[in-house]
Design a protein around this ligand. Structure first.
Ligand SMILES: Nc1ncnc2c1ncn2[C@@H]1O[C@H](COP(=O)(O)OP(=O)(O)OP(=O)(O)O)[C@@H](O)[C@H]1O
Length: 240
C-alpha cells in the first residue's frame, strides 16, 4: 500500500522537462516532505501525483495500480487521492459548512452531511464558525478548512502544497499540528511540499530534497534535518 512515483519525467512545455527521473513514495501512516530550492519541481511533483499533470515517462502507482494516465477526478474517486493546492483554496463567499459540502461533491447527500458533522467535531473551530462566510476566517483557519474539505471524501493519500504559505509562525505551528494529528488519527499518507523546511521536517517521518527535478537526498526526516548541506542551503545554517 503506497503512492509511488517512479522515474517521472514531466513538464509544461514540449522538450522542457521540469521533473527528470523523479522517484518517491509515501505510505499510509507517514508524513513525507519534499523540500528544495525555488523552481526545483516540488509543486510539479504533487501535480503529477494528483493527476493535474500527466508525465511523459515513468509511472504513478497507487496501491500497486498504475494510474499515470488517469485524470484527477478519477484518482480522487477511485484511488483515495486528495490535494490541497497552494493558495486560494477555499471559497470566500461560501460558508464554512458549504465549503465542506463542496469537498464531498460526489458523495450521496446523507453521507456528505455525516462527514461534515464528523469533521466539525474533529475541528471545533469549524463548528463554531460553520455558518460564517469563509472570507471572515483568519489565514490559519482557512487553511484548516481547506484541510478538512480535502478530508471530506475520506482520502488515503493527502497532498499538501505549502500549507504554511502566508501564515504567522504561530498559525503555521497550529496547521502542522493539525496535519500530524490527521495522520495519527486516520493513518493516511501525507505528501507535503514546504518552504518552511525546519518546521515541516520536525513533523515528518521521511523527506526528499529535490534539486533540478531530481532527488538529491532522501531519508528519515531527522537525518535530512541534520544534513550539513541541507542546513546551509535551506535552514540558514542553523544548528538543530
Ligand atoms: N503552469 C506552468 N506552466 C509553465 N511552467 C510552469 C508552470 N508551473 C510551474 N512551471 C515552471 O516549472 C518549474 C518548477 O516549478 P514548481 O512550481 O514545481 O517548483 P517549486 O519547487 O514548487 O518552486 P517554489 O518553491 O518556488 O514553489 C519552474 O521553473 C516554473 O516556472
Amino acid at each position: 500500500m503506497a503512492l509511488a512515483l517512479n522515474g517521472i519525467a514531466a513538464g509544461y512545455v514540449p522538450g522542457v522537462d521540469i521533473l527528470r527521473g523523479l522517484s518517491l513514495t509515501a505510505a499510509p501512516g507517514e508524513i513525507v516532505t519534499i523540500i528544495g530550492p525555488n523552481g526545483s519541481g516540488k509543486s510539479t511533483s504533487l501535480k503529477v501525483a494528483a493527476g493535474y499533470l500527466l508525465p511523459h515517462t515513468g509511472t504513478v502507482a497507487i496501491d500497486g495500480e498504475a494510474v499515470q494516465a488517469r485524470p484527477i477526478d478519477q484518482r480522487v474517486r477511485k484511488n483515495g487521492i486528495a490535494i490541497v493546492p497552494q493558495s486560494n483554496n477555499v471559497f470566500g463567499a461560501l460558508t464554512v459548512a458549504e465549503n465542506l459540502d463542496l469537498g464531498g461533491g460526489f458523495l450521496p447527500s446523507a453521507e456528505r452531511r455525516r462527514r461534515i458533522e464528523e469533521l466539525i467535531e474533529a475541528y471545533p473551530l469549524l463548528g463554531r464558525k460553520r455558518r460564517e462566510k469563509a472570507y471572515t476566517l483568519s489565514g490559519g483557519e482557512r487553511q484548516i478548512l481547506a484541510l478538512a474539505r480535502a478530508l471530506m471524501p475520506s482520502p488515503r493519500y493527502l497532498l499538501l502544497d505549502e500549507p504554511s504559505a502566508g501564515l504567522s509562525p504561530l498559525m503555521l505551528h497550529e496547521v502542522f499540528l493539525a496535519v500530524r494529528e490527521i495522520v495519527r488519527k486516520l493513518g493516511i499518507a501525507v505528501l507535503l511540499v514546504e518552504q518552511n523546511a525546519a518546521e515541516a521536517l520536525a513533523i515528518s517521518d521521511r523527506a526528499y530534497v529535490l534539486v533540478l527535478g531530481q532527488v538529491a537526498l532522501e531519508g528519515p526526516a531527522a537525518s535530512v534535518l541534520a544534513d550539513d548541506q541541507v542546513r546551509q542551503l535551506y535552514l540558514g545554517g542553523a544548528a538543530v
